[in-house]
Structure formats: C-alpha cells, structure tokens
Design a protein around this ligand. Structure first.
Ligand SMILES: *Cc1c(COP(=O)(O)O)cnc(C)c1O
Length: 463
C-alpha cells in the first residue's frame, strides 16, 4: 500500500514514512492509494477475534513494510488490558435503550478516545525510529485532551522527546495534572504565559523555522497523522460485528473529522455502516458543510464540549479528496480558496454523494445539558458533554428504530466534572487507577510568550 497526498504534489510514500511525515510537503494529507476490502468471509472470521487480533487483521493491508509478526507484537502490546486499557474488550459497547448503544472509547490511560490511536502511534514511532537509528522531538500545543494523550503515548519511548505547551492557568486542573504528573524523563511541560492561540502560534513558528525544525527533527502527533485515523477504524468494525453484522447508524461527536472519517474508511472497506451521523456543538462548520455545501470558517465559541470547539476541520480534506475522485489539483485549488477567503463551496454533485452516507446536525448547549440529565434519568449512566452531543444528534437523525444506533462515547464524564455535575446534579468520580491524581507531584516550567525563550528551552531538552 502506497500513500498519496490529497493535493497531488508531494512524494508518494510507504506506511512508515507517512507515520513520520504527518502533513505532506505540499500541505496536503496522506491517504491510501486505494481502499482494501473486507469480504463477507473475512467479516465472519473476524467476529470471534479479540480486539488486538481484530486490529491486526483490519490494519494489515495498510501497513506494508512492517513484518507481520513485528506489527502484531506492537498491536498486542498497545491493546493489552489492564496494562494499557482498563477493560478487556478495550472499547466495550453498553446498551442505552432499545436498539441503542454507547461505544465506550475512554478506557485508556487519559480517559478519552484519543488514547486508542495515540497509544499505537507512540509505539510505531519507537519501532520505526529504532530501526532507522533516528530521534524525534514531538512538540505540541494543547488546551486539554490531546496533550495528555500524546504525553501518555510518548512517555518512556526510546528516541522520542515530547514537549507540550499549554496556556498557563487556562486548562482545567484534571487536564493539567494528567500532563504534569507524568514523571518520565523524556516528558516536558511548559506553561506559556498566554492563551491557547499563543501556544499554537509558537508551535507553528517552530515548525516554520526550518533550521530549528531539522536540527531537532520536530514531529507532530495531531489528528492529521494517518496512523491515528487507521487505528480508529478498528472499533467501528468491532462494534458492527458485535451487533451481528447488521448495518449500523454511528453517531460521532466531531471536531477535526478524524474519528468520523475512520467510520468512512470502515464503510469503504465493506463494513456494514448504514449512516454516519456527524454531531457538532455550536461550532458547526461540519454540519453546515454536509447539509448545504457551505464550508466556511466562523469564530470559535467556547462550549462545555471544548475538544470540539473547532472551526477548521483538517481531516475533512480527506473526504473532499474522495468526493472529487482523487483530483489533487482541484483539492489544492479549493483549499487555496479556503485559506484566502475563509470559505469553500462544495459542488452539488459532491454533496449529493456524501449524503448517501453522512447526515449531520449541531447540538446547542442547553440540549447537551438536557441530554446528560435525560440519559442519567432513563439509564442511570453519566455521560460526558461530547458524548451527549453525539447522543442528541443520533436520536434526532437515526434511520429508525430497526437500525441499531451506536454513539461513540469519546470521554469519561470525570474529565469534565464541572459541566457534568451542573447538568445532572451528580459529581462523576475518577476511576480507581486515577483516584490519586489530585495528590501526585506536578512538574512544569513557566515561560513567557516569547519564541526565543521557548526554543532555547526546548533545544536544551531535545538532545
Ligand atoms: C478530540 C475529541 C473529539 C473530536 O474528535 P475528532 O477526531 O477531532 O473529530 C470528540 N470528543 C473528545 C472527548 C475529544 O477529545
């Protein structure tokens, strides 16, 4: 399997190079040259496999270049329970109502779905770097979830140093402590005296400083990395098989379109997906795009589901590439328009095509809170605000009572205790393996919002 850029002007690469490259050199995203298919026999055979064995089968056609036994070992180490994931099924289904389920993706080390992919990515980095005798410095900016999941993925990995910037005093205590209490020597946290946007601007400036970037071999772990999308395909297959292989509606709380794009990949592979319900909060660029072709940037409004407070959805470009039949020149033009004007008009034919599989809607703050309260009342389960956005949109847009509805539960409620207890009156407790989080020792450095200071700090720790 080879990978091409969505903008058609970057080198064609194999899997290992795609994992290390992140963004393609022409500014595009890497996608596989073709979609492998799972036959009815494959699906039947897969239905009795453990999560790890299924993950090997689903991902194998995409990872050419890594010997099969090596890849299987990496995958088994990643999806080990309880060493890494605190549930034997890794991503278990829980029934919510008649023909309605939650797919719990939050049993990893940081209690959010990003662990499912990042735990694999960290191990792939280590494997590939060891083979090549190279080192990388992972640098990122975070307002919450991504930072802790990336740190847990990279901690103690050979040949990897990770430095995470967060805005001082502007992340929740649970989220800060999940990052700053990791004692590993290769993990460094920097609290920047500024906002999240300042942190992002610093990271961008470091990537644009090519001398600095090359000297430290900077790498990113953001959701445009193909390996992250790939790892997420597995739980769509797993839950479809667990429900007997009937076509399923999946409701997906969405920000960067990574998770829901993985559902699209599962559908392209022949897994019986009925509808993909794209659920956004009031930051609704994706629901506008899929409903009317209007992909235009708004201003980000803060919500109680902060990991979806996004107005540019990077992975959406991967879907556009398919809707335009792999025409990289056209995608480059569309994305150039978008950078210049903040708008991109999707063709009617392309929207019509997308609507065969995707439906979309936004959920406002009141409805999100009401859904948390309703689910607790009806089913006795506490759900987090991101999951509530998915449940609300799923119930509104599902195909009908005969089609199973699976909503992706992307975070544990204890990650967002204030919003959950305000909506439900119940304070969500941290799970046992994290119960002492508030008393662990923190370690971070406070730096001014100044590029040179941050670069010097990073350079001193990277070598
Ligand atoms: C990142 C995140 C999302 C959005 O996922 P995308 O792949 O960016 O669409 C949803 N919920 C939670 C809890 C997240 O951390």
């Amino acid at each position: 399997m080879r990978y091409v850029s969505t903008r058609g002007a970057a080198p064609v690469l194999g899997f290992e190079d795609v994992v290390l490259a992140g963004l393609a050199r022409d500014g595009g995203l890497y996608v596989p040259q073709s979609w492998p298919t799972a036959t009815a026999d494959d699906l039947k055979r897969w239905s009795s496999l453990s999560y790890a064995d299924l993950a090997v089968e689903v991902m194998r056609p995409f990872v050419e270049g890594i010997p099969e036994s090596d890849f299987a070992a990496i995958v088994h180490e990643t999806y080990a329970a309880p060493a890494v994931f605190h549930h034997a099924a890794v991503t278990p289904l829980r029934q919510l109502d008649a023909n309605e389920w939650l797919l719990e993706l939050f049993h990893g080390p940081t209690l959010a779905f990003k662990d499912v992919a990042l735990q694999l990515l960290g191990r792939l980095f280590e494997y590939i770097l060891r083979k090549r005798g190279e080192r990388i410095t992972v640098v990122g900016a975070t307002s919450g979830d991504t930072g802790s999941a990336a740190i847990e993925a990279c901690r103690d990995r050979e040949n990897v140093t990770i430095i995470m910037l967060h805005p001082a005093g502007r992340v929740s205590e649970v989220q800060r402590r999940q990052m700053t209490t990791v004692p590993s020597a290769n993990v460094h946290n920097v609290a920047v005296e500024g906002t999240f946007d300042d942190c992002q601007a610093l990271v961008k400036a470091m990537f644009n400083d090519h001398a600095f970037r090359d000297r430290l071999n900077l790498a990113a772990v953001n959701s445009i990395n193909w390996a992250r999308v790939l790892a997420q395909v597995v739980y769509y297959v797993q839950s479809s098989l667990a429900l007997g292989g009937r076509p399923v509606d999946f409701a997906v709380p969405t920000g960067n379109f990574g998770d829901v794009f993985a559902g699209y990949v599962a559908a392209r592979m022949g897994v019986p997906v009925n509808k993909l319900i794209v659920a956004t909060n009031i930051n609704d660029i994706l629901s506008r795009a899929l409903r009317s072709g209007d992909y235009s940037r708004g201003t980000v409004q803060p919500t109680i589901s902060p990991s979806m407070d996004i107005q540019v959805s990077s992975n959406f470009e991967r879907l556009l590439f398919d809707l335009y039949d792999g025409d990289g020149v056209r995608i480059r033009q569309l994305m150039d328009d978008f950078s210049a004007t903040g708008k991109l008009a999707i063709g009617n034919a392309q929207i019509a095509r997308a609507s065969g599989l995707f439906v979309a809607d936004k959920v406002d703050e009141d409805e999100t809170r009401a859904t948390i309260a309703q689910v607790l009342k009806d089913s006795g389960m506490l759900i987090d605000p991101h999951t509530a956005v998915g449940v609300a949109a799923g119930r509104r847009l599902r195909s009908g009572p005969d089609v199973p509805l699976v909503t992706l539960a992307t975070a544990h409620p204890a990650k967002f205790p204030d919003a959950v207890s305000a909506a439900s009156g119940v304070h969500p407790a941290l799970p046992p393996h994290m119960a002492d989080l508030m008393s662990r020792t923190e370690r971070f450095e406070i730096l001014p919002n100044d590029l040179k200071s941050v670069q010097d700090h990073i350079a001193a720790r990277a070598s």
